[in-house]
Design a protein around this ligand. Structure first.
Ligand code: PRP
Length: 205
């Protein structure tokens, strides 16, 4: 029996569809239920930001989560497979026409991805003032809270609608199948088996 942490929303849906393709049966959570048990799997529905936490603490053996979230959280889990879904990028956005000048003193950057942001600027030896926000990041440069933002860009519509544009891409992201390190040894056969099956759907030969 493997416990699988899935992030609520589209990614959970897409992952369950992969399981349906593999096993030829229906995998669906009952309304509002957070656990789905089948003979071989126990699926948990959690918040996107909590997937790696469940896996790291071994409350789940495996999980599915965005690379951006993994990089931001830095939890020690095994990255098994790129599922090539949920593609997006983490990018720096500024107001249309503005350019990124890393020599400017005291750059103010608003983001919900504080660790990725701090690492990006530290790697370039730039002293940036990183301001943590929880959402509506695109607002910050419009009202003078920050000079720029670091945020997720999927279609680019949110930035565009708010008069912002990408000036630099920090990383490309997609969803990954991850595993707890202890589970990977204790349940190696089961985990490698599901890994192979998922890989067969993602990367058909
Ligand atoms: C992300 C991000 C942007 C938006 C980008 O927010 O913070 O606001 O999506 O998508 P787009 O390029 O397709 O317009 P998300 O929907 O994850 O919501 P959140 O800010 O509440 O996390």
């Amino acid at each position: 029996m493997l416990t699988v942490a899935l992030p609520k929303g589209r990614i959970a849906q897409e992952t369950l569809e992969i399981f349906e393709t593999i096993f030829g049966e229906t995998f669906a959570f009952d309304d509002r239920k957070l656990i789905l048990e089948t003979p071989n799997f126990k699926f948990l529905l959690v918040r996107n930001q909590d997937v790696a936490t469940y896996v790291f603490h071994q409350a789940a053996d495996i999980g599915v989560v965005g690379l951006d979230t993994l990089e931001e959280q830095g939890l020690d889990v095994i990255r098994l497979l790129d599922l090539k879904r949920g593609r997006c990028k983490v990018a720096i956005g500024m107001r249309n026409g503005e350019t990124l000048d890393l020599t400017k003193p005291e750059l103010k950057v608003a983001t919900k991805m504080v660790n990725i942001t701090k690492r990006y600027f530290a790697d370039r030896a730039v002293a940036a003032d990183v301001i943590k926000l929880y959402g509506s990041i695109e607002l910050a440069p419009l009202v003078g809270l920050a000079d720029m933002i670091v945020d997720i860009v999927e279609t680019g519509t949110t930035m565009k609608q708010n008069g912002l544009e990408v000036v630099e891409t920090i990383m490309e992201s997609s969803t990954y199948l991850i595993a707890n390190k202890n589970s990977f040894f204790a349940k190696k056969t089961e985990i490698l088996d599901i890994y192979e099956k998922i890989n067969g759907v993602i990367n058909p030969s």
